[in-house]
Structure formats: C-alpha cells, structure tokens
Write a protein that binds this ligand. Structure first.
Ligand SMILES: [Zn+2]
Length: 279
C-alpha cells in the first residue's frame, strides 16, 4: 500500500488503496460513475458560477487561509487564472465570488469562538485506519489532540436552507443532506485508531451570502449520535460490495440519472407514461 502524503492524498492512485468519505458517498450516489472516475475514464465537472465561483476553489480559498500564510499564498498562485480577472480595470484583482471568500474569512477571523476552537489545531493531518478489513483514509481540517476535539470547516450556500430527503420524505439541513454525520463518525474512528483517543467532532460552517452567516455545530445530541452510529453501520454494510466493484468481482449499479449515466445512456425499452419516476 502507498504511504499517504499531502501530495498524493487526493490522487486516484491512493483511492485504490484507501476508501475515503468522498469515495464512499460517490459510490452511494452512483457505483458506475464512481468506478469510471477511479479508472480515470471520467472526470466530474465542477462548474463555476458568476455569483458563487467554483465551489471547490471557494472552499479551498477559505481553508488554506486558516491553514497557514504559505498555504494560502501557494493556493492563490496555483489558481491565479480562476481567481483573478484578466482584463479591464480589474485586471489582476480577485473576481467577485472570491472577494466574497475574503468576506467569509473575515467573518470567521473576527469570531472568538472560532478563534479558540479552530485556529490553534493542527491543520490537514492525515489519519488512516481499518474498518472490518477495509483500509480508510481521512484528512482533518483542524485537530486538537490534547484538548480532545477535531474541527471541520464547511462553506455552504445558506446554513438554514432546507434540503429534501426523498427516502424519508422530509426536509433536512445541509449537514444531513451532505452526510456529514458519516464524515464525523468516520474521522472519530480513524483518529481513535491512529492516536488511541476518542475526540469530540465539531463543525464550523460559513455561508456564501453577501453578508455571510456562520454557525458552530456539535454532534452531542442523542439523535446526532444515533445518526453517527447508523452511518458507521451503513459503511460496514456497503464497503465490501464497493471494494468488489473496484476489483471487478461484482457489477456496478448505475443510478441511471446522473451526468455520467446520461452520457452513456442508450434507449432499450419503453417506460409506461404513468411510471416515470419523479424525485
Ligand atoms: Zn449514475
């Protein structure tokens, strides 16, 4: 197995050796799409919007700032083309969405609670572990081993926006919609295996609204802990199948609706008008 470093952590190569939270979530959404991504046959597109920029770059802009001055400068240098405008009076200046990222940073930076919990922690530490024989990797935004907690930082459109959960037919928050209970449960377990300590998971979120909102989240309520336990059960119930799909031992299921599935779609039958699925 390849040893994980900050350079290879996000590579396809290490994704074949270690399962990650993102990879597991991708498999849950569409096994065919995730297998194609792992094989390098298909790359997900992250679209830039004129108001919110590219969500990945937006997130990394904020993250790298709180990591270190060097990381932030290196990030800006590496993404100059996307971050800055190239013509007119504003040439060389940050584009509007990324100016917003600076406002988001300021919102957090001025906050004492954020300053106390997030700032001092060790940034971007890599943890690994084994769950029922499958190797996993995780990267922690900010970990305070001595104080006993680990923090994750999220950039979201609107903290209080409702998201529909079709399985349970109810509205949920962004935390449930993006499966963050699973991420927190997983990180807690990987830290326990790496350092022998059970840390309290915490999350800070900052919104992309013109006047950014922010929130400090814990997972201490019994219902949150229950969702974390259920998430670990879900991992244990599905990971072997995903590994077998990767090894070519089991067929990947295609969701039939995602960008990848639409791209390779061929019509082979008729659907009764009354049976068209709606989500
Ligand atoms: Zn699909």
């Amino acid at each position: 197995m390849i040893e994980l470093t900050p350079e290879n952590y996000y590579s396809l190569e290490t994704d074949w050796d270690y399962m990650s939270n993102t990879q597991f979530k991708n498999f849950q959404k569409c096994e065919a799409k995730e297998l194609a991504r792992l094989k390098g046959e298909w790359e997900p597109e992250t679209k830039s919007s004129s108001t919110n920029g590219n969500p990945l770059i937006m997130g990394n802009f904020v993250h790298s700032y709180f990591e270190s001055k060097e990381s932030h400068e290196a990030f800006i240098e590496a993404n100059k083309a996307e971050l800055t405008s190239s013509r007119g009076k504003t040439a060389g200046k940050l584009k509007a969405p990324y100016k917003k990222a600076e406002t988001m940073i300021k919102t957090l930076e001025d906050d004492e609670l954020f300053d106390y919990f997030y700032k001092p922690g060790e940034k971007e530490s890599i943890v690994t572990g084994e769950i029922d024989g499958v190797a996993w990797k995780g990267k922690l935004d900010s970990m305070s081993l001595d104080k006993g907690y680990v923090c994750d930082l999220k950039t979201v459109d609107d903290i209080h926006k409702r998201h529909y959960n079709p399985e349970e037919r109810r509205w949920v928050s962004f935390v449930e919609d993006y499966g963050y209970h699973m991420q927190m449960a997983l990180y807690q377990e990987l830290v326990r295996q790496t350092y022998g300590k059970v840390l309290t998971p915490l999350m800070f979120a900052v919104s992309k609204q013109d006047v950014p909102d922010k929130i400090a989240i814990d997972f201490e309520k019994e219902d949150d802990k229950q969702l974390m336990r259920e998430a670990m059960d879900k991992i244990k119930a599905n990971q072997q199948h995903y590994r077998k799909v990767m090894m070519g031992e089991e067929e990947p299921k295609a969701c039939g609706h995602c960008e990848y599935c639409r791209r390779i779609k061929k019509l082979s039958k008729f659907t009764h008008a009354i049976d068209i699925e709606v989500f």
